[in-house]
Design a binder for this molecule. Sequence first.
Ligand code: TMP
Length: 210
Amino acid sequence: MSGSAGRFITLEGGEGVGKSTQARLLQEALKTRGINALLTREPGGSGGAEMIRELLLGGDEERWSVRSEALLFAAARADHIRRTIKPALAVGRWVICDRFIDSSRAYQGGAGLVADDDIMALHQFGSRGLMPDRTILLTLPIDEAAERIRKRDGDSSDRIGSRSDDYHLEVASVFLTIAQAEQKRVRMVDALGTVDQVSGRVLSAIADLL
Ligand code: TMP
């Protein structure tokens, strides 16, 4: 593969696995290789999508049904792709995105009991089904992840992050199912270890795209 074409990389995983830190370190590692990647996140990454983020993550648990939630994530994603991701890829720029469609499949799909086909149909409708070239799934044992969330957020976790341990266990299990089913796109990376160790693993997991 040529190093000149833009690549679309997403980072996925449960709460507290270090995605945001690793996304930033990947951007820095690419920079040292002469690649100026755009770093973005979901929900958010464009004006409209950031507004939807506030709606989704604020307020109490009962604010949205899981189906409304799935629609709002899909709407945010459609805006993010149209305004931010597609224009960057169109000029050959790499894009690193902190969460993307697999988060909807895990949080609203398997853990929220919405069928995967329905989540993918919304993605097809909103965003023509755009998929990443590579997805890094950061994995942690659930106890370690819970500990990191406590350290990070105290009591201020958002509407979705504050759901039950059972919900988050299901989220983790759906991510693993996706990784096993789509091994060409999705690479699992062990998120235990120092930040530098993990960032080395992340870089190895995209090395074939460079
Ligand atoms: P984060 O910015 O800390 O990753 O928080 C985003 C929250 O939104 C997190 O709890 C995961 C959740 N989420 C979904 O439920 N579905 C999605 O499609 C996305 C992108 C995020």
